[in-house]
Design a protein around this ligand. Structure first.
Ligand code: ADP
Ligand code: MG
Length: 286
């Protein structure tokens, strides 16, 4: 039988906007000593603004943004949503065919008969396209059509209001390692990690690389490992962790399904509160 105080613990968690899917996860949460975060949409808002448009010869800034917005027509990645928001023209979905998402890379679609690639340097390399951008900061979206490089768009995201306090509170609660894993560039990843006081950071990871990293961390963790993500590309890692924590408001349905714990208002600061509450609950149960 499940001790009554478990219900108290789960109920208490729900009052602060944390949905715990079972008493076993409350128990696991109490023993967490490693918290691994996804970056985009988890520690950052996931709402990117366009900070620069750099077309190559022959292409206009407007055309570059229009091509990117069309290629992203069917994607619900935070980057895609942001690009479509920045484009003020109309997106005619009938102009877009064979759109496919290349997880951790970007998108490829046929736009008005042209094969358009929009994504990071890895995507360009995979399609044999040479690109160069010497930007120091920001996430870079390279754009190519029919194998020709057309330029890049720089986008920037902001860290969530409570992200720094979330890391501070976890450390204060005795969580030893706060790690961030991201598919974004190392420059962006390091800047965010520094700003937030993250202990370890790994960048330019594909979704499957994140699973590998979490497995390495599981091997060396003394207690339990929690992974926190928004589920865009990270549902497999959520299930691999001892405790999978998903964003409930902006997160994907797949993540909410795959997770053991859901943060209803997407606030990373609620993780430390949930850990403390779980420990208090276990202290009563023992
Ligand atoms: P994160 O690890 O920060 O959550 P993802 O794994 O979702 O990021 O994506 C990693 C990288 O892949 C992004 O930084 C971006 O460069 C590229 N990318 C992924 N999806 C898209 C997309 N729909 N459009 C353009 N680029 C994308
Ligand atoms: Mg992600």
């Amino acid at each position: 039988s499940v001790p009554l105080s478990f219900f108290g613990g789960i109920g208490g968690a729900s009052k602060i906007g944390v949905l715990v899917k079972g008493s076993n996860y409350l128990e696991a949460l109490a023993e967490v000593d490693t918290v691994v975060f996804d970056k985009t949409g988890t520690l950052t808002s996931g709402t990117f603004s366009v900070t620069g448009i750099h077309p190559q010869d022959g292409t206009s800034a407007e055309e570059l943004l229009a091509l990117a917005a069309h290629a992203e027509a069917f994607s619900d990645h935070p980057i895609a949503v942001s690009i479509k928001q920045a484009y003020t023209g109309r997106i005619d979905q009938a102009d877009v065919e064979d759109a496919r998402e290349e997880s951790g890379h970007g998108v490829v679609a046929t736009v008005q008969g042209r094969t358009v690639c929009v994504g990071n340097a890895k995507l360009m390399a995979a399609h044999g396209i040479t690109c160069d951008a010497c930007e120091l900061t920001g996430t870079i979206l390279h754009v190519a059509a029919d194998g020709r490089y057309l330029g890049h768009i720089v986008i920037a995201d902001t860290v969530k209001d409570d992200a720094a306090s979330a890391i501070r509170d976890l450390h204060a609660a005795g969580v030893e390692r706060c790690v961030m894993l991201t598919g974004d560039r190392a420059e962006v990843a390091q800047a965010v990690a520094r700003e937030l006081g993250i202990d370890e950071v790994e960048a330019q990871l594909l979704p499957q690389d994140k699973v590998g990293k979490v497995e390495e961390l599981l091997d060396t963790a003394r207690g339990n490992l929690a992974f926190v993500g928004d589920g865009i590309n990270d549902a497999p890692v959520l299930t691999r962790a001892d405790v999978g924590i998903a964003m409930g408001a902006m997160g994907s349905d797949a993540a909410i399904e795959a997770a053991d714990v859901v943060l209803m208002d997407d606030k990373p600061s609620n993780i430390a509160r949930a850990v403390r509450l779980a420990r208090r609950t276990m202290a009563i149960v023992w």
